[in-house]
Design a protein around this ligand. Structure first.
Ligand code: DX5
Ligand code: ZN
Length: 218
């Protein structure tokens, strides 16, 4: 019996009826709610800011997993905490003083995670592995929902799993991008603990049923 977690990403949700979408997630088997923050600088897309996160926080019964795809995230860590982030992920590629950033996220009372782009070697996280609640292996290039899973991710996931086991760490492995009902079983088998899922859930006729299928794969 697997203990993997499902984090719906609202990136492809219906923003005109966001409260309804979040109520669907509230009533579902989802574990946390994943929010994608994009600044149009680090990634070629823009999403939303603090007031929207605060409003989502006020209706979400699930804790918030906030994924920052922004340049210089150090400037805003406290504001994301105040807006309601419970788990906070920064990108390796945006943090010249990554160790300090991770410490700060923890001091602010959030669970720290670091994300790596598809081209970034997972071995670079070895020195900070034990300080992290979670590593996010991007399985698409960040910026858009509904993209196809990058096959080279399999090796990175297996390599990361080995690093975590060898270090005796409890760091979770999260993947984000291109997760489907078809590939989730193999990903669990490869060692993934946490699944961010956008398009597969929000483009479905019955999103709550899809969340249940992802949570209990056959
Ligand atoms: C992409 C975002 C993802 C995205 C995943 O930059 O980080 O969270 O919503 O979307 P799907 O599941 O549609 O690939
Ligand atoms: Zn994301």
């Amino acid at each position: 019996m697997s203990h993997h977690l499902i984090f719906p990403s609202i990136l492809t949700a219906d923003f005109l009826h966001l409260e309804k979408e979040i109520e669907m997630v509230n009533a579902s088997e989802a574990d946390l709610l994943h929010l994608d923050i994009m600044d149009g600088v680090f990634v070629p897309n823009l999403t939303f800011g603090f007031p929207v996160i605060r409003q989502i926080r006020s209706v979400s019964k699930k804790p918030l997993d906030v994924h920052l795809m922004i340049a210089d995230p150090d400037r805003y860590l406290e504001q994301y905490r105040d807006a309601g982030a419970d788990w906070l992920t920064v990108h390796y590629e945006t943090c010249p003083h990554l160790h300090r950033t991770i410490q700060k996220i923890g001091e602010l009372g959030m669970k720290p995670a670091v994300s790596i782009n598809p081209h970034t070697d997972v071995a670079l996280l070895e020195p900070v592995l034990k300080d992290l609640n979670m590593v996010l292996v991007m399985t698409v290039n960040p910026g858009f929902g509904g993209q196809t899973f990058i096959e080279a991710s399999w090796d990175k996931i297996r390599k990361l799993k080995k690093m975590i086991v060898d270090a005796g760490a409890e760091t979770l492995i999260q993947v984000d991008g291109g997760v489907t009902e078809e590939n989730i079983g193999d990903l669990i088998h490869a060692g993934v603990d946490v699944f961010v899922v956008g398009n597969t859930i929000f483009s479905a006729q019955d999103p709550a049923q899809v969340i249940s299928n992802l949570k209990n794969p056959s």
